[in-house]
Design a protein around this ligand. Sequence first.
Ligand SMILES: CC(C)(COP(=O)(O)OP(=O)(O)OC[C@H]1O[C@@H](n2cnc3c(N)ncnc32)[C@H](O)[C@@H]1OP(=O)(O)O)[C@@H](O)C(=O)NCCC(=O)NCCS
Length: 170
Amino acid sequence: MTPTIRLLTLEDTAAYRALRLAALATDPVSFHSYPDEEGAMSEAQFAARLTEPPCEGVFGAFVDGRLLGVAGLVGSPRRKLAHKLTLVGVYVTPDARGQGLARRLAEAAIARAKSLPGITRLLLGVHGTNHAAIALYRSLGFEAYGHEPEAMIVDGQTHDEILMGMSLRP
Ligand SMILES: CC(C)(COP(=O)(O)OP(=O)(O)OC[C@H]1O[C@@H](n2cnc3c(N)ncnc32)[C@H](O)[C@@H]1OP(=O)(O)O)[C@@H](O)C(=O)NCCC(=O)NCCS
């Protein structure tokens, strides 16, 4: 399997929408929306998510032309926060896991964040028991800087998140 990692464009909107809705269904505590919340969003809204601020790019992993994973970068319109990006929506389809797609996606996102002028911090939040993702992020240079209790309530159950960040300064 030789994946292609590239930024998603408007032409990828339908595939991105399908993958995102699958992610919300298969891994509910890894993301902040319920499937019905984003299922109600139009394709145009998904297109805007890919191409308009605060999005700073969504990378896709393609194998044989199929979109099997994604990782996005989100910024802030506020000038005092404009030096920070957040890595969001990291997801690989269950049958494609364990083959390095998330690592490649995250590396591409980190490289893009580093290449953008004025960006000095990359942040993320991860479910407190998501050991696979935490191990991935640590191995890429993220460090935990906080723990948010009750970050989410999913179907009545509370979930904590670990807050991680890395400096992008040379
Ligand atoms: C977490 C997730 C993105 C990893 O995707 P993946 O493509 O399987 O990950 P990779 O194959 O690139 O593995 C990268 C690293 O993740 C860690 N990892 C991946 N699967 C793991 C597992 N089952 N147990 C422990 N560590 C694991 C390892 O550190 C691995 O590095 P290594 O290959 O050097 O050992 C994927 O499991 C997923 O989509 N999970 C559901 C959604 C989610 O949790 N997203 C993260 C939100 S913050």
